[in-house]
Design a protein around this ligand. Structure first.
Ligand SMILES: [Zn+2]
Length: 403
């Protein structure tokens, strides 16, 4: 039994006579038995069991990172900037050379990054791990073991990611081998650009997924009309293979290039097929770059599940990233000018896999008696402030245990 006193919880929104909205909170005591919340009471009542005084810290849902690579980073080792090269094909060539030598450092670096992510308040991960002709299943097996050692702190799902191309990888049967080894999600990568044969690549992916009853999750970097066409074809395959709710598009950069009419049409189809979109919310390059941020407000207005993710933190693809998803949510809100009280709080759904303390109308949604006691505590007056100011202090309770 754990009792947490002086917990600040959201109680509703208040609009003054001029219509200006503020968030209401109050102090409560949360009682936890085993892994779940058994009581939420006004502060000041009787306490029992182990007691932790949260001293007024705000309780919010923990973060979920639905796209992270743990298997080829410099994090946890010596500093390395990125070596200049020619885009994705150049990076793949670079990988083919270093992956085998990297393997001996993999357990300690994956552990370092994983523990860093947990310390920021992340308690669920969808982990992309290379399955390719160079490394076979060795990265998959190593990362799976590191995640198993941390299963009491973070839940996870693994994506068998063909970084070197679906056709190239499956030629030797490695994707099938990953499915046989139990990988729950099958990855994909730019089927036109990397595989050079959109239809054969998609047929291969969806055939394997259908055979093993797995979800699919594509990395899509192609911009413009070709990227939009690629997304349309993936939606066609999701429909034809009866895989509604089982297809995710990571990055999907072309969504940032779609016209408003194209985007509405795509978003409507994606909503019907329950497609997920995972985006880092990239910042456009200064001086006329090519990457536009995925327009999450429009997609979410169509009820598409959009989540903001880290992807990579100081690896050979990018030296940037703090690992802090709240910082990412803040960037997503800033890019799309979501700066009023409710819009800021709503942006947090991008990193909490949709869980929010309050509904749009101010009803309390979280936490509730009976919920799993996995709670992030931080130093802010309300969720809107968390998204705008990104407080550094983080304390975690995971399934009833103070971390
Ligand atoms: Zn990725």
């Amino acid at each position: 039994m754990l009792t947490i006193t002086n917990v600040r919880l959201h109680t509703g929104y208040h609009a003054d006579s001029a219509g200006v909205v503020t968030t209401r909170t109050d102090l409560f005591t949360i009682k936890i038995s085993g892994t779940n919340i058994i009581a939420i009471e006004p502060q000041g009542g009787e306490v029992e069991g182990n007691v932790w005084d949260a001293q007024g810290l705000l309780a919010i849902p923990p973060t979920s990172d639905l796209h992270i690579h743990l298997d080829k980073g410099h994090f946890g080792g010596p500093w390395h900037a990125v070596v200049p090269t020619n885009g994705v094909p150049g990076r793949i060539k670079e990988e083919e050379e270093f992956l085998p030598t990297f393997l001996e450092f993999l357990p300690e670096r994956a552990t370092a990054l994983l523990q860093h992510l947990i310390a920021t308040g992340t308690t669920h991960l969808r982990v992309q791990v290379n399955v390719d002709p160079v490394i076979g299943l060795r990265n998959y097996e190593t990362v799976r073991d590191v995640l198993a050692e941390h299963a009491h702190l973070v839940t996870s799902e693994l994506v068998a990611f063909p970084q070197h191309g679906t056709l190239h990888t499956e030629k030797d049967g490695w994707l099938t081998a990953a499915m046989e080894a139990g990988a729950p999600i099958l990855g994909g990568l730019d089927p036109f650009w990397i595989d050079g044969d959109l239809e054969r690549s998609l047929t291969t992916t969806f055939d394997i997924a259908a055979k093993y009853g797995r979800e699919v999750d594509f990395h899509l970097h192609t911009n413009g009309n070709l990227g939009i066409f690629e997304i349309q074809r993936i939606l066609d395959y999701a429909r034809d293979y009866d895989m509604a709710g089982k297809v995710a598009l990571s990055h999907a950069l072309a969504l940032g290039d779609a016209s408003p009419a194209q985007l509405d049409e795509l978003a409507e189809r994606m909503s019907q097929l329950r497609i997920s979109v995972f985006t880092t919310q990239p910042i456009s390059y200064a001086g006329g770059g090519c990457t536009s941020a995925v327009p999450w407000p429009t997609l979410m207005a169509h009820s598409v599940r959009v989540r903001v993710i880290n992807d990579n933190i100081n690896d050979h693809w990018s030296p940037f990233g703090s690992g802090d998803l709240i910082e990412r949510a803040s960037r997503a809100a800033e890019i799309w000018r979501k700066s009023d009280e409710k819009s800021l709080a709503s942006a947090y759904a991008l990193v909490s896999d949709g869980v929010l303390p309050l509904s749009e109308s101010g009803d309390v949604l979280w936490p509730k008696v009976g919920d799993e006691a996995t709670i992030l505590f931080t130093d802010a007056s309300c969720l809107s402030e968390v998204v705008a100011r990104v407080p550094r202090l983080r304390e975690l309770v995971v399934r009833g245990v103070k971390v």
